[in-house]
Design a protein around this ligand. Structure first.
Ligand code: HEM
Length: 325
């Protein structure tokens, strides 16, 4: 197995540091060192306990950071509850009934408020949680740059136009990621987030039962895999669940092997191989899983630096906006 050379790691560190400093100057690994030195260890302990109790939560917790950062930047807006005048992101069609882990984030925030009141932002909690959840189930750890400022607004109708969709093709995926400053390679690497977690059966029913409106199974899908899916996900059960890859409890590069062997689930997953960049990366990830694990971390750092659209301030409870003083 090839491995990432020290020189390329140094290059990556420098490249990411530049990207991070470009995007949001104030983010720093030591941001809470003076005000809440125990913040990172509190988060890590809580995440480890949650994932020990329910391994599937790792995926849900990691995904929250992605859904946060793509809508209004990394500002914790995904955590806000709706108000009388505002239907929030978590209630958007794409998120409602799909995102999980809100109670766990609230619990972490409560503990941080006890330890250091008024210090740690909800957006930073999501960034730390994503790293710790991934590392807990087999991923490599990465430095988390901190100092994000929470937003004060969250709008359900901004979600559809901001997040990629499961039916997007390669070009559409690249365009969605480009809107937040991420490139095609970042997109291919971050899609590896589907190495853990689960998906509703209904999310790939078209491929299984009605490909291109023809009442057939997508001919590009491995026939044995399709037969297994039809047993797990009969047409009558769109709300059943399927693992996102063959080893969905462990963060590894099996997702890319699934793609290369025609066992991808979502159209957007399969779409990665419609471009030479995606094919090349999938082969590389399978041949050198460590390189993928490291590159996923760097891509998460880059995603975590998407600046907040309208920074508001700190929130005592992540689901509510604190009045300004
Ligand atoms: C590239 C575009 C992407 C699309 C179209 C997409 C779409 C989806 C869909 C449709 C689901 C299943 C939802 C459900 O059935 O309830 C899902 C699950 C998931 N996604 Fe993505 N996703 C994308 C990128 C990402 C990225 C960048 C990450 C993380 C870095 C990620 C992490 C996850 C995880 C961990 C789950 C499983 C969640 C769980 O088990 O609760 N996805 N995604």
């Amino acid at each position: 197995m090839a491995s990432t050379s020290p020189r390329s790691v140094i290059f990556l560190v420098l490249a990411v540091a530049i990207v991070v400093s470009d995007a949001q100057l104030q983010l720093s690994e030591t941001f809470y060192d003076a005000t809440c030195p125990q913040a990172a260890s509190i988060v890590q302990q809580k995440v480890n306990a949650f994932v020990d109790a329910d391994r599937g939560l790792a995926a849900a917790l990691m995904r929250l950071h992605f859904h946060d950062c793509f809508v209004r930047g990394c500002d914790g807006s995904i955590l806000l509850n709706s108000t009388e005048t505002m239907l929030s992101e978590k209630e958007a069609l794409l998120n409602n009934g799909s995102l999980r882990g809100f109670d766990q984030i609230d619990e972490i925030k409560m503990e941080l408020e006890c330890a250091c009141p008024g210090v740690v932002s909800c957006a930073d909690i999501l960034a730390l949680v994503a790293r710790d959840a991934t590392a807990k189930v087999g991923g490599t750890s990465w430095p988390v740059f901190l100092g994000r400022i929470d937003g004060g607004a969250s709008f359900a109708d901004e979600v559809n136009s901001s997040l990629p969709e499961r039916t997007d093709n390669f070009t559409q995926l690249v365009a969605r990621f480009a809107r937040v400053g991420l490139d095609a390679r970042d997109m291919v690497i971050l899609s590896g987030g589907h190495s853990i977690g689960q998906v509703h059966c209904g999310a790939f029913f078209e491929r299984l039962y009605n490909f291109q409106g023809l009442n057939i199974t997508d001919p590009a899908m491995d026939p044995e895999f399709a037969a297994m899916l039809k047993v797990q996900c009969p047409q009558t059960k769109p709300f059943g669940f399927m693992a996102l890859d063959a080893t969905n409890g462990t963060f590894d590069s099996a997702y890319y092997l699934d793609l290369l062997t025609n066992k991808g689930l979502l159209e957007s997953d399969v779409a990665l191989l419609s471009d030479p960049l995606g094919v090349e990366y999938a082969i590389r990830a399978v041949q050198d899983p460590m390189a993928f694990l490291n590159e996923f971390g760097w891509a998460m750092i880059k995603m975590g630096a998407i600046p907040a659209l309208e920074p508001y301030g700190w929130r005592r409870h992540c689901a509510f906006v604190e009045p300004r003083f």
